[in-house]
Ligand binder design. Structure first.
Ligand SMILES: Nc1ncnc2c1ncn2[C@@H]1O[C@H](COP(=O)(O)OP(=O)(O)OP(=O)(O)O)[C@@H](O)[C@H]1O
Ligand SMILES: [Mn+2]
Length: 391
């Protein structure tokens, strides 16, 4: 870094300063204000298309690295913030057979497609995501004040501008992304309100996978696993388990095996919706349907009526999921976002979900399987006072 700073001083690199203006009507602010206990935004909220547009074109005024995996936090002229995940993989590359889900690439197009799918499913639990072609020299290197970030930029043998992920030991070029020569595709996910205003907690997914080469989790070996979960707080009352099942349906459709945690806003209590953050490991293989992702649905045999109705609608020829997705994704500047085989896989997977539900209904009857939304929570976690009282 010292050498870099000296080199930068000698070559007289200047940081571009952009004017920042606060606008009380800014789309990101309206997005934040519209978040409620049911969803991140309402169905016809005009703020969301505006926010997507803003993320696509607004001037970037500040950039910081954000964790690992080449993520960047971009700040726009109107104080909007977005998380940038750069393109790592071509649209028609499939994840190699021998890859474990936890070493799979993060795909920027999966983040974009997952936002559209979540909206089409009427969940509205994924923050808005838009694609953008970013000039990594002009919009990142020349606007960042962050020394760490500036120090990971380099020029490749092919004369393209590239940068590394935060390197713990030695920066290796295989962990870098390069522009062509400066332009790089990426996904921009609108930031949620800060944790001090809208605190969230991250909770392990009860159907978490083992993150080792040959480990097995209990749900993979115990067919009655759901009975245990149903007894446990917070899955023993209210909507939480139904929300987990919704999430498994979403993940099965996108082929995401990496849902180790989910987040909720603490202010909405146990009844709040689950955030579906980090969908970058979806859409890795179109030729394979990973049925184990559906374990919460197939083991618990429960689904919200609203979710089922939406899935049935999207299986109708006039509202076919792949057609609705194709049309929705055409609105993104980086279109086409998904190749045809990935779009068609959605229809095939939807049929498989409906089959699992049919089997449940045949076995247990509609009343057991198809559940009303917004079941009122009855169970509460035992607090210290409760325990004292019951003694
Ligand atoms: N749109 C968002 N707004 C605010 N915070 C977000 C947003 N998206 C993700 N995050 C937070 O940042 C964390 C990391 O993001 P994400 O999981 O998408 O990236 P990742 O590369 O997989 O990183 P990690 O390895 O840390 O999980 C998430 O767990 C979440 O808490
Ligand atoms: Mn993650």
């Amino acid at each position: 870094m010292k050498l870099y700073s000296e080199a930068a001083a000698i070559s007289n690199i200047t940081v571009t300063e952009h004017e920042v203006t606060f606008d009380p009507n800014a789309s990101w602010l309206k997005f934040h204000l519209g978040i409620n206990r049911y969803a991140l935004y309402s169905r016809d909220d005009p703020t969301i298309p505006q926010l997507l547009k803003d993320m696509e074109i607004m001037t970037v005024v500040m950039v910081k690295p954000s964790g690992h995996h080449l993520k960047l936090a971009l700040k726009m002229r109107n104080f909007a913030k977005a998380m940038f995940k750069p393109m790592r993989q071509e649209r028609d590359d499939e994840t190699p057979e021998d890859f474990f889900y936890f070493i799979d690439f993060q795909r920027h197009n999966a983040e974009i497609a997952a936002f559209h799918l979540d909206r089409i499913l009427d969940f509205r639990r994924v923050p808005p995501v838009a694609g953008r072609l970013v000039n990594i020299t002009r919009e990142v290197l020349l606007v960042t004040h962050n020394e760490d970030l500036r120090s990971v930029f380099f020029t490749s043998p092919a004369n393209n501008t590239c940068f590394f992920a935060k390197c713990l030991y030695v920066c290796k070029t295989e962990y870098a992304v390069c522009g062509g020569p400066d332009l790089l595709e990426g996904s921009l996910s609108a930031y949620l309100p800060g944790l001090s205003i809208a605190p969230r907690i991250s909770i392990p997914n009860p159907w978490i996978r083992s993150y080792t080469f040959n480990g097995r989790e209990e749900w993979e070996v115990n067919p009655f696993y759901c009975d245990t979960i149903k007894q446990m707080y917070p899955y023993n009352s209210g909507n939480r388990l139904l929300n987990i099942i919704d999430m498994s349906i979403f993940d099965f459709l996108i082929g995401n095996m990496d849902r180790h945690h989910y987040e909720i806003f603490t202010k909405f209590g146990d009844e709040g919706f689950l955030l579906h953050l980090d969908n970058a490991r979806g859409f890795g293989k179109h030729s394979q349907d990973e049925l184990s992702i559906l374990a919460p649905l197939s083991q618990c045999c429960m689904i919200k009526r609203s979710t089922l109705l939406r899935l049935q609608l999207l299986a109708q020829p006039g509202f076919r999921l792949s057609d609705v997705m194709r049309e929705s994704l055409e609105g993104d500047p980086l279109q086409p976002i998904l190749t045809e085989p990935h779009l068609l896989a959605l229809d095939r997977r939807l049929q498989k979900i409906l089959k699992v539900i049919q089997r449940c209904v045949r076995r247990l009857g509609e009343n057991e399987v198809i559940t009303k939304d917004f079941v009122k929570a009855t169970a509460r976690p035992q607090t210290a006072t409760d325990r004292r009282k019951s003694r």
